[in-house]
Design a binder for this molecule. Structure first.
Ligand SMILES: *Cc1c(COP(=O)(O)O)cnc(C)c1O
Length: 362
């Protein structure tokens, strides 16, 4: 069957080169070969996240680390900042971990703002908060600088940040932001297959984790730190993913991180322009649009044009490209187009030519 190229916001298209790297010969995870591999990518990951902390490799999808952060860092009560499907679910996950949790819910399409968090944290009830930097379901990027600035006022609150669909596409300066956990899965802007996650923890997060009794084993942050100090992981990792990550990191630095960020901005602007050209509006509030994907409004909010999304999707797919038909409660009343990973102006141009043709056939 002919491959349909992925332009859904994860998993995204994986290159032939990356697949080749995944197929590197297997090695043992306690041997020197593995330690050398991890030691080679560690400084690259640290540079990517602008951190002196060790960056950990988790063999799980992002949710493993998202749940792990709750189990490692919440003793009193967690504030789950919610503005879309993924961030809303984190509240449920907190409760399923048996933690006290409170919701800071804003309307889908809007970002989380510092002021609202400040009001909640001022009650003194919380020792942790979760926030999704780039809410993939709504195409909204919340202002991380503004939110992270609150950490100074609330040093004892653990700031847990999901950057699943923004990491590698925008600068994320972990140490400078002063946040406590920053995590991402590999199948979004890294353009690797699903099944692995990377994350960093602050010294304060590691100290806090050490005080928590029931943090489990598989996602125990203390275990990750102890093993990373020896260029190892707590349990047997997906070594193919780590080979592929190494290949990908080499690509990032060959392109240059600034160029990579600029490329995402440009290809995202092309997507917004495509939507505008066809009479659509965007679902995200103005000024808070994601740069890795675009959530096009198709009746979820007033304004703009509406089309039969299933039909648009099918007509686009028939030409070899898969776009997303909307997520959760805004399925069909929005649709999403991803520009994250390896996409260029040329490859996005090919997608838009197919989508133009599909629009003409609706
Ligand atoms: C995709 C995504 C997740 C979930 O990742 P899994 O790999 O399914 O665990 C979490 N947060 C955001 C923002 C995402 O885009």
């Amino acid at each position: 069957m002919a491959h349909v190229k992925l332009h859904i916001p994860g998993p995204v298209e994986v290159s032939e080169k990356t697949f080749k790297a995944l197929c590197s010969p297997m090695i043992g995870h306690r041997g020197q070969g593995f330690k050398d591999l991890y030691a080679k990518i560690q400084p690259q990951l640290q540079q990517l996240l602008s951190t002196k902390q060790l960056v950990y490799l988790s063999t799980s999808s992002a949710w493993g680390v998202m749940e792990g952060a709750i189990r490692n860092l919440v003793s009193k009560k967690v504030l789950n900042c919610m503005c879309g499907a993924f961030s809303d679910k984190w509240f449920d996950v907190s409760k399923k971990c048996g933690k006290q949790a409170d919701a800071l819910q804003v309307e889908w399409g809007s970002p989380i703002r510092g002021e609202a968090i400040d009001k909640k944290l001022a009650t003194g009830e919380f020792d942790a908060l979760t926030i999704i930097h780039n809410e993939t379901s709504t195409g909204v990027m919340s202002p991380l600088d503004e939110i992270a600035a609150l950490k100074k006022k609330y040093p004892d609150v653990m700031f847990i940040v999901d950057a699943v669909s923004s990491m590698t596409a925008v600068p994320l300066k972990f140490d400078e932001l002063g946040i406590d956990v920053l995590l991402a899965g590999t199948q979004k802007a890294f353009a690797l297959p699903p099944g692995a996650a990377v994350f960093a923890c602050s010294k304060a997060a590691l100290a806090k984790a050490a005080t928590i009794k029931d943090r489990g084993y598989y996602f125990d942050f203390a275990e990750f730190q102890k093993n990373a100090e020896q260029s190892m992981t707590p349990s047997t990792p997906s070594i193919p993913h780590i080979y592929a990550l190494s290949s990908k990191l080499d690509e990032f630095f060959a392109e240059g991180l600034e160029n990579r960020y600029a490329r995402h901005k440009k290809t995202n602007q092309m997507t917004r322009d495509w939507a505008t050209k066809h009479g659509f509006t965007l679902y995200a509030d103005k000024g808070f649009e994601s740069v890795t994907l675009t959530c096009v409004n198709n009746g979820a909010k007033p304004g703009g044009r509406t089309v039969d999304v299933a039909k648009l999707q099918k007509l686009t797919k028939d030409q070899g490209f898969l776009i997303d038909g909307g997520y959760g409660k805004i399925k069909g009343t929005t649709f999403r187009v991803s520009n994250m990973g390896d996409e260029t102006e040329a490859t996005m141009g090919q997608l838009f030519a197919a989508m133009d043709k599909a629009m003409g056939q609706l």
